[in-house]
Design a protein around this ligand. Structure first.
Ligand code: FES
Length: 166
């Protein structure tokens, strides 16, 4: 009969504790991508941006979106552009509309440039130079069943605070 040494006992104990810890944490990690805890309840009008884990990490992704809005008596198709950045489970979604006067920004010089009046924003959307009165507008997001959703909003331009207009 094999004698249980102190070393064997400790090794078995480590494996058992490690397995229990892995079993306890794996579902938490899995469910983050499936359903983000405390996610908003009203996401049926949010825009589906696809599988969250398919979004390339650590680089800005330019992502066109399209949706329909009710414009008095007719429905109007709208196309917009968003910038998405994923770092692990953290996501940042920025509007491509310049807060100064509404021109479309583009990436460049390690950040974002507005071609109209030369506002420059760093890679986090902070204003570095130019007339923009505030940083690029970030949008609320969530993950449901592994898919990334954004609450798309437009904001009033030319003012310091972020005011939703639609
Ligand atoms: S609209 Fe962007 S700087 Fe004026």
């Amino acid at each position: 009969m094999n004698k249980i040494t102190r070393r064997t006992f400790l090794k078995t104990w480590q494996i058992a504790v490690g397995s229990i810890f892995a079993m306890m944490t794996a579902p938490t990690i899995f469910y983050w991508w499936r359903d983000q805890p405390n996610r908003p309840k009203d996401i049926e009008n949010w825009i589906d941006l696809g599988k969250a884990k398919k979004i390339t990490e650590n680089e800005w992704l330019k992502r066109p979106i399209s949706f329909e809005i009710e414009d008095r008596w007719k429905t109007k198709a709208v196309q917009e552009m968003l910038y998405i950045y994923r770092e692990g489970r953290n996501v940042t979604i920025l509007s491509s509309i310049c807060p100064h006067a509404g021109c479309l920004i583009k990436t460049g010089n390690g950040g974002f440039i507005c071609p109209c009046h030369k506002s420059f924003f760093d890679d986090k959307g902070t204003v570095i130079e130019g007339p923009s009165p505030r940083p690029l507008d970030s949008m609320e997001w969530t993950v449901k069943k592994g898919r990334l959703y954004v609450k798309y909003e437009q904001y009033r331009s030319g003012i310091k605070s972020k005011e939703v207009i639609g």
